[in-house]
Ligand binder design. Sequence first.
Ligand code: FAD
Length: 336
Amino acid sequence: MSTQQDLYDVTIIGGGPIGLFTAFYSGMREMKTKIIEFLPFLGGKVPYFYPEKIIRDVGGIPHVSGEEFTENLIEQAKTFDPTIILEQQITGMERLDDGTFLLTSSNGDKHYTKTVILATGYGTLQSVKLDLPDAVVFEENNLHYYIRKLQSYAGKQVVISGGGNSAIDWANELEPIADKVTLVYRKSSFTGIESNITKMMNSSVEVLNPYEITELNGGNGQLSSIVIKHVEDGTVKEIKTDSLIVNHGFNIDLGQITDWGMQMNGGSIQVDHTMVTSVPGIFAVGDIANYPGKLNLIAGGFNEGPIAVNHAKLHISPKTELKSIYSTNYEPLLDK
Ligand SMILES: Cc1cc2nc3c(=O)[nH]c(=O)nc-3n(C[C@H](O)[C@H](O)[C@H](O)COP(=O)(O)OP(=O)(O)OC[C@H]3O[C@@H](n4cnc5c(N)ncnc54)[C@H](O)[C@@H]3O)c2cc1C
């Protein structure tokens, strides 16, 4: 049984860009708001895939790096002090007798809420880990699965493992910053964007293929060298490294959310013009939401959040007036 204290008006599942902006707007509609995010950080795909890329297609922002954009979104999301929970994956949903929802995390935590807004993207993002027994030992220090700040590799000997677009992109971006970049790939040829492959091949990046990593060496959690083996002739080499970046792809998993009884459309959730799913009280916004003409753009998701919030408010209090609230004349924000 929930108490008044732990019952939220809105629980937003997913702390990506759309979940964050939705939380801001939910605060502006004076809804008690909680965000639950699976990753240990907020921002979703933006910090995960492109923290250093320049975003140019959000209205009013000519250009901004993914990192700065994320920082701004987090600051904005915190305007009305929502509860933010990291490192929890929501798996279970139960509609209680009073019409509210009980959400359950994979760690067993329970969250009570009057409405749910799914802002999960295509699901939880998990990098494919290096399949070597001691890889986990070095993860805390210098074995990474994604790049948060290019500059943190300045002057370093960096090895990148992988041959997809992201791995090649990272090699090209790190080449002018790192002391040396080596790319190790297990296949004989690359299939990514040709211009990026050509750029890498014409740069100082040392490309070693077809090789795969067979051994990690180091001490005290610090990786100092790797051993690679030629996939065809079995010859081995040892390479000294300050940092190993592994990009072997990632898994995206919506998990048990697909069993919640909502109408799905391929890998996404069908919503109507109010962003409600086929389960009353559960809304979807951002990449996971599907409707005719849907565009998976951040700018589009920024409109879906307020629509979902306004209808969540209507779901809770059917007599609420459905209106656009402007931040410019919203009283609690005037003196901020
Ligand atoms: C390389 C790349 C470049 C891009 N460039 C642009 C661009 O320039 N402009 C643009 O408009 N768009 C761009 N996009 C698309 C844009 O990033 C997405 O449209 C946007 O991130 C969608 O935001 P979201 O909040 O819906 O989902 P996401 O960003 O995917 O965030 C969803 C979050 O929900 C969390 N989550 C999922 N399931 C659960 C669960 N069960 N419990 C708890 N948490 C959960 C995930 O961990 C994730 O953090 C790009 C995408 C990529 C991959």
